[in-house]
Design a binder for this molecule. Structure first.
Ligand SMILES: NC(=O)c1ccc[n+]([C@@H]2O[C@H](COP(=O)([O-])OP(=O)(O)OC[C@H]3O[C@@H](n4cnc5c(N)ncnc54)[C@H](O)[C@@H]3O)[C@@H](O)[C@H]2O)c1
Length: 351
């Protein structure tokens, strides 16, 4: 809708929120769009996105202007751009789960959590809430989704908690004519997207993949959090089944985060190995090593998904919009190959 701005609330002012905000200012004030995957999505430019609300629970972020909070510890993502004061002060969020030992040793929680997030979102006329909190806080992510629904805002769930894949939650959003998309963001070119892309390439060359594995090591709060065994197993399942969407029967695949390396900061190193068979059963082995920044890898997808959600809502869609979830997330209701999902998203929103 020309002239309309999309009012966004960011929940969890960590590394992904930091790159998203840096990217918003960078591309809104720069003439170059280099590095921006889709300059226009649903008729919206990046400059049409306005971050109008922000919540966190870490006392080093709460009470500070977003321009400072995004560079506060423990955030480790690179500072690419100095942000002028935004006028949006990070406020305290809610917490309905116990923090696991890794989170509680790093996050310094505020003394008092917010009780009514819906009122807060309503008072800021929020269109889209982006949930970027630490993974594993399932009750909390669901409480934020319910608050968004109550406040008349759509919801983007980047965490692996089942929100957009939970039929009851999807129904609540549908009945309010709102949109919910997710779950678990798929980085623009992280291990999962690269793994899936290489699978498709091998198949397109007539080579038969037999098995592959993906081992990720990284630094930053979210990787540390993933060292919590239950969460590590859960995320491994999500990644492995996302890759399995590209795969035919008879292929063994293993994918997961294996270790935390403090000095990697917000960077992640992914080791991929493929075993495949070619002519007369000859053997092929491919080893790939990817080094990337988690936060930077999230920026394009978050900006694209927010604009697509705004557009889909204008067009009268509600509930989980598969074309958006399949493009931007690993755990989805519908199974689609990554190349098909990207083409569908682009043909619908990026013309
Ligand atoms: N490329 C990517 O960055 C990527 C890819 C896939 C999924 N994700 C998901 O996105 C989410 C954010 O990732 P990140 O790297 O920015 O994490 P991060 O650890 O850098 O930041 C998380 C932030 O959430 C805050 N937080 C924790 N509990 C909260 C609560 N109850 N209310 C409000 N804020 C709370 C923390 O204080 C921290 O500021 C994670 O769930 C992650 O799994 C990110």
């Amino acid at each position: 809708m020309p002239g309309k701005r999309i009012r966004v609330a960011l929940i969890g002012i960590g590394n992904s929120a930091s790159t998203t905000i840096q990217g918003l200012f960078y591309y809104s004030s720069n003439r170059s769009s280099e590095g921006l995957w889709h300059p226009v999505v649903g008729g919206y430019g990046v400059e049409d996105i306005e971050v109008a609300a922000a919540l966190d629970i870490d006392e080093r972020k709460v009470g500070r202007d977003l321009s400072e909070a995004i560079f506060s510890e423990p955030n480790a993502v690179e500072k690419r751009f100095t942000i002028p004061k935004t006028g949006v002060v990070v406020e305290e969020g809610l917490l309905e789960d116990a923090l696991n030992p890794y989170l509680s040793s790093t996050i310094k929680p505020v003394k008092q959590f917010r009780k009514n997030v819906a009122d807060y979102l309503r008072s800021r006329s929020i269109d889209v809430v982006v949930n970027l909190i630490s993974s594993g806080l399932d009750k909390t992510s669901i409480a934020y989704a319910e608050a968004a629904c109550e406040a008349g805002a759509s919801f983007v769930n980047t965490t692996p908690t089942s929100v957009a894949t939970d039929p009851n939650i999807v129904e609540k959003f549908r009945s309010m004519r709102l949109i919910v998309v997710g779950d678990d963001l798929m980085s623009q070119l992280g291990g999962t997207a690269l793994h899936r892309g290489l699978v498709a390439f091998l198949k397109s060359r007539g080579v038969k993949p037999v098995r592959s594995y993906q081992l990720d090591v990284g630094g930053g709060l979210e990787t540390l959090n993933t060292m919590y065994e239950d969460l590590r197993d859960f995320k491994k399942q999500v990644k492995t089944s996302s890759i399995a969407e590209e795969v035919n029967e008879g292929w063994e695949v293993v994918s997961g985060t294996t270790d935390y390396v403090d000095f990697l900061g917000n960077n992640r190193v992914t080791y991929l190995q493929f075993n495949a068979t070619g002519f007369m059963g000859s053997s092929l082995i491919i080893n790939v090593n990817l080094r990337s920044s988690d936060g930077m890898n999230a920026g394009n997808i978050i900006l694209d998904v927010v604009r697509a959600v705004a557009k889909a809502r204008e067009e009268g869609s509600s509930g989980n919009v598969n074309e958006i979830s399949n493009y931007g997330f690993k755990k989805t209701l519908e199974k689609k190959r990554v190349s098909d999902a990207t083409i569908l998203f682009q043909s619908k929103y990026c013309r």
